[in-house]
Design a protein around this ligand. Structure first.
Ligand code: GDP
Ligand code: IMO
Ligand code: MG
Length: 423
């Protein structure tokens, strides 16, 4: 048995939550392996829209166990809110979701540090979701972090105090105007810790090894996207974890040889939220239309997402770094009505044509080289079979498959679970 991976191939928000939900019926275990509540994963069914931040997207299915893996960073306050939001849906969460003892905790002061760091950067800010992700991973790699398993030990509050005091000194060092009342934040934090402690803590790497031995099927759910990866993304405008396939090995304790299918998910166009380079970004009516039709607003922060044409150079890079074996194309419906569609197949980089992502992507250095394709008019949202695709959509998919040399196995034509076409 192997662990399949589902990963975003762009700058996040590709539709991971929707597809994990659709695929959960085929899996016994859904495991998140990195990121934290900077993620916003949207699921829609029975006319209800759910947004999950830390909870894996398999939570609505009775057949699956959901695991929050060691690579994830958990903000107990946000986690509690997510759990409370699910109250009305009668889900027995403690029997369906287990937490790795090795996952790190986001403290209130990590969030404050995130805000201070961004304020100090001024115009050069990352555009962080301000959920404390960067500072928490810094404490993890700096070997100062507090882990979920520490909550089972007697001295964790002393550790907490020492770290929070250090963080306060660091906030003062930034010399920016951050207003806060730590006492109030701590009341909320310690109450949320009690909710977290009501869940089962496990050694998730051991749990998954046993699951593999007993032939359970496992899907690892990625957060963010490959172009936000700390090593391979558009650094420094990235998140602080490995969002790519290797991150699933370190974030769950699964050996590389145990990875099975790598499912790469992308939008039929491109979006990005926050700062950083985006070669195919559109600043015109076409980009506005994509954003409006695609309802491109961040699921975590509500920020307007930047929109642009599909970038096959960036996508090819993500396919290679991850070893993608199957592609899933989302939001095809959003492209209906454009007379022609553009797809970036190379860049003009300082006067040269290149087909790879260069080290230094800066707007003034790079411009996309497009192939133009015919668009389609047909509304796709009620289509249930590939045979009803307009021929221009089929040509669009064929072109992508040819360029990336990986088959497109799912085409999504709307946000609902049902609006999913398997090929
Ligand atoms: P994630 O972070 O990768 O899980 O993606 P998000 O949930 O942040 O963003 C994807 C958005 O697109 C959500 O609002 C989804 O409901 C929506 N969505 C997903 N698939 C489709 C689709 O095929 N068509 C349309 N129109 N919306 C979709
Ligand atoms: P999902 O899982 C889109 C972006 C932020 C910012 C950068 C760093 O829903 O796809 P951070 O809070 O991690 O310090 O922010 O990364 N970002 C995301 N963009 N989708 C996400 O998650 C994101 N998580 C972080 O906007 O540019
Ligand atoms: Mg999202």
């Amino acid at each position: 048995m192997a662990v399949d991976l589902l990963l975003g191939l762009q700058w996040g928000d590709e539709g991971k939550g929707k597809i994990v939900d659709v695929l959960t019926r085929n899996y016994d275990i859904i495991a998140r392996f990195q990121g934290g509540p900077n993620a916003g994963h949207t699921l829609e069914f029975d006319g209800i829209k759910h947004v999950l931040h830390t909870i894996p997207s398999g939570i609505f299915h009775e057949n699956a166990i959901n695991i929050v893996g060691n690579g994830v960073v958990i903000d107990p306050v946000i986690f509690k809110k997510e759990i409370d939001n699910l109250d009305k849906f009668n889900i027995d969460i403690p029997s369906r979701m287990f937490i790795s003892r090795k996952a790190h905790l986001i403290l209130p002061t990590h969030r404050l540090l995130d805000a201070a760091s961004e304020a100090a950067k001024g115009k050069a800010k990352i555009g962080s979701t301000l959920k404390g992700i960067g500072p928490t991973y810094m404490d993890k790699t700096g070997r100062n972090g507090i882990r979920v398993g520490d909550l089972e030990l007697d001295d964790w509050k002393e550790k907490y105090r020492a770290l929070a005091d250090k963080h306060e000194a660091m906030i003062r060092f930034y010399d920016v105007d951050i207003q806060y009342n730590l006492k109030e934040l701590e009341v909320e934090f310690f109450a949320a810790i009690e909710t977290l402690k009501s869940l089962k803590f496990i050694d998730s790497e051991e749990y998954l090894q046993q699951a593999l031995k007993s032939e359970k099927t496992i899907l690892a759910e990625g957060a963010q996207g490959s172009l936000l990866d700390i090593d391979f993304g558009t650094y420094p405008y990235v998140t602080s974890s490995n969002t790519t396939a290797a991150g699933a090995c370190t974030g769950l304790g699964v050996a590389p040889g145990k990875i099975g299918e790598v499912l790469g998910i992308f939008k039929a166009y491109t979006t990005r939220v926050g700062s950083g380079p985006f070669p195919t970004e559109l600043f015109d009516e076409v980009g506005e239309t994509m954003g409006r039709v695609g309802n491109e607003f961040g699921a975590t922060t509500g920020r307007k997402r930047r929109c642009g044409w599909l970038d096959l150079v960036a996508l090819r890079y993500a396919v290679q770094v991850n070893g993608v074996t199957q592609l899933m194309m989302m939001k095809a419906d959003v492209l209906s009505g454009f007379e022609s569609l553009k797809v970036c197949t190379a860049y003009n980089y300082r006067g040269e044509t290149i087909e790879h992502l260069p080290f230094n992507i800066e707007e003034q250095n790079i411009s996309p080289i497009y192939t133009e394709m015919k668009g389609w008019d047909k509304d796709l949202t009620n289509i249930t079979s590939e045979s009803d695709f307009p021929e221009e959509l089929t040509a669009y998919i064929d072109f992508i498959e040819k360029e990336l040399e990986v088959p497109v196995k799912i085409v999504s034509v709307g946000p609902d679970r049902k609006q999913t076409i398997m090929r």
